[in-house]
Write a protein that binds this ligand. Sequence first.
Ligand SMILES: Nc1ncnc2c1ncn2[C@@H]1O[C@H](COP(=O)(O)OP(=O)(O)OP(=O)(O)O)[C@@H](O)[C@H]1O
Ligand SMILES: [Mg+2]
Length: 300
Amino acid sequence: MSTTAAPRAVEIYNLVKEYPNPYGDDFRVVENFNLNIQEGEFISLIGHSGCGKSTVLTMLAGLNEISDGGIIVGRKEIDSPGPDRAVVFQSPCLMPWLNAFQNVMLGVKNVYPHATKAERKQIVEHSLSVVGLADAMKKYPRELSGGMQQRVGIARAIALQPKVLLLDEPFGRLDSLTRMELQDVILDILAREKLTALIVTHDVDEAVFMADRCVMMSNGPLAGVGEILEIDFPRPRNRVEIFQDPKFFEYREHLLAFLEQRAHLKTGSRTFSNGNTMGYTDQKGADLAAAVATLASSVA
Ligand SMILES: Nc1ncnc2c1ncn2[C@@H]1O[C@H](COP(=O)(O)OP(=O)(O)OP(=O)(O)O)[C@@H](O)[C@H]1O
Ligand SMILES: [Mg+2]
């Protein structure tokens, strides 16, 4: 897609997240995270486990307090959840005593209190049909497979008619066939409803296949945007064609190289000339160890 003309749907500027630490200074997980997302754009966010991906996503959802910096969605600074942003988590967390229709209706009632009963019913039925559950609306979670439950989770999110769809490893617990089916469901919905989306994923193929840009996060603490890779495939995307395209392998290699390089930076140790060793767990630690080693050799 063109990345020049579309207006901004989301602006994240100088975002900081500190979690309280009972033993000392607050734990600064994210620092100076900056990202603009254009309307209709699909961003994938990848990075090592624990770097702060979910932290950024939940701040964008308004579910996690922002320590510093800010997030603007649709020209409005956000500080709480809103129906303009819907989230799909790894586990759909459905109410076991409600069927699929009722689970989706729960959110719709909250967001559209003034809609008529018939209008709400239409929204719920449309959302469940879009995810392929037209024939399973009356089924309870215990009667649905894991993939079907996640379809209900997606229907629940799109029933709110959000501007931005946030997905935190939504297919992480599903087998690869179901995962591919649901990737296509999401891509169809985004194309039809013209939504903006951000997906957190550990799956490099998924990140490339789905997104317009892959945002690679540096390792925490103090994690930010490490690199951004533009994915130049037309939409609608054809899985078979893309997976055979040499560009796909280039993109994939690029992401893997970034992750691999960060994995090396994440943990390591430096042995000095006097035999002492200094361990480190992130880039800053690696820099510090290198500086100490230089100092030690200049003193020796
Ligand atoms: N509520 C919290 N209180 C304190 N620390 C937290 C809290 N939530 C997350 N953290 C810490 O913040 C860091 C980032 O966590 P986060 O869940 O955002 O990582 P992630 O990149 O989503 O990891 P994963 O890929 O494993 O899901 C971790 O070190 C985690 O322990
Ligand atoms: Mg996470």
